[in-house]
Write a protein that binds this ligand. Structure first.
Ligand code: AMP
Length: 220
């Protein structure tokens, strides 16, 4: 099962993707996480990605498609994957179809998380992520706080905020999402795989769990 999660930054698609990955036993592939890992390691790719990420711009398609192609050639992706943050442009979507086609596979379902803008901004500004890469649990100081401030409930590692989660870049990231997602949504609508998901209470602590239940009951 090849699943592409769509949704604005802060829509909760990352959290939903992680839950879905656990429930379906499929690998969670987040291009944002992959770039952040490269930045941490100080690689050339990381330096290049950072120059775009730091002001909310998209990393060029060729670069992004390249890292996803490599990842999708790994053995653990043969039963399917949960893609989170990729594709973000129509060109990336077409490239993904090509990569999967070569393997006799296709995108099966594209859940799009629909969340009001004010909730999104609030979520991003209050977002905290576990600094332990193996864990990566996501919290929100307002909607989903950790039990002990600044400490992960799951593994006890310190929580940190993403450097691009600030008011200046949020506006740009939301604009970039709106601009690029129009084509993407149309693309997947035409293929009959788009499923719009609107959590009943997007501010609830378990909003992402609700979204995942909706996704699972929609088509899988
Ligand atoms: P995310 O963690 O998905 O919010 O991504 C953080 C940042 O990484 C984005 O604002 C982009 O700069 C970059 N990025 C992640 N995925 C992609 C992609 N598919 N195409 C281009 N840039 C990306």
């Amino acid at each position: 099962m090849y699943i592409v999660m769509l949704g604005a930054p802060g829509s909760g698609k990352g959290t939903a993707a992680k839950i879905l990955a656990k429930k379906t036993n499929l690998p969670h592939i987040s291009t944002g996480d992959m770039f952040r890992e490269q930045i941490k390691k100080g690689t050339e790719l990381g330096k290049l990605a950072e120059s775009y990420m730091s002001n909310g711009k998209l990393v060029p398609d060729e670069v992004t498609i390249g890292i996803v192609k490599d990842r999708l050639n790994s053995d653990d992706t043969k039963e399917g994957v949960i893609l989170d943050g990729f594709p973000r442009t129509k060109m990336q979507a077409e490239a993904l179809d090509e990569i999967l086609k070569e393997q006799g596979k296709k995108v099966d379902i594209v859940p799009e998380l629909i969340i009001p803008d004010d909730v999104i901004v609030d979520r991003i500004l209050n977002r905290q992520t576990c600094s332990n890469k193996e864990c990566g649990a996501i919290y929100n100081t307002k909607y989903k706080p950790s039990k002990v401030a600044g400490v992960c409930d799951v593994c006890g590692a310190p929580l940190s905020s993403r450097t691009d989660d600030n008011e200046e870049t949020i506006k740009n990231r939301l604009e970039v999402y709106r601009e690029n997602s129009k084509d993407l949504i149309e693309y997947y609508k035409e293929k009959g795989v788009l499923t719009q998901i609107t959590p009943k209470d997007p501010t609830a602590e378990n909003a992402s769990e609700q979204a995942v239940e909706e996704i699972l009951s929609a088509k899988l």
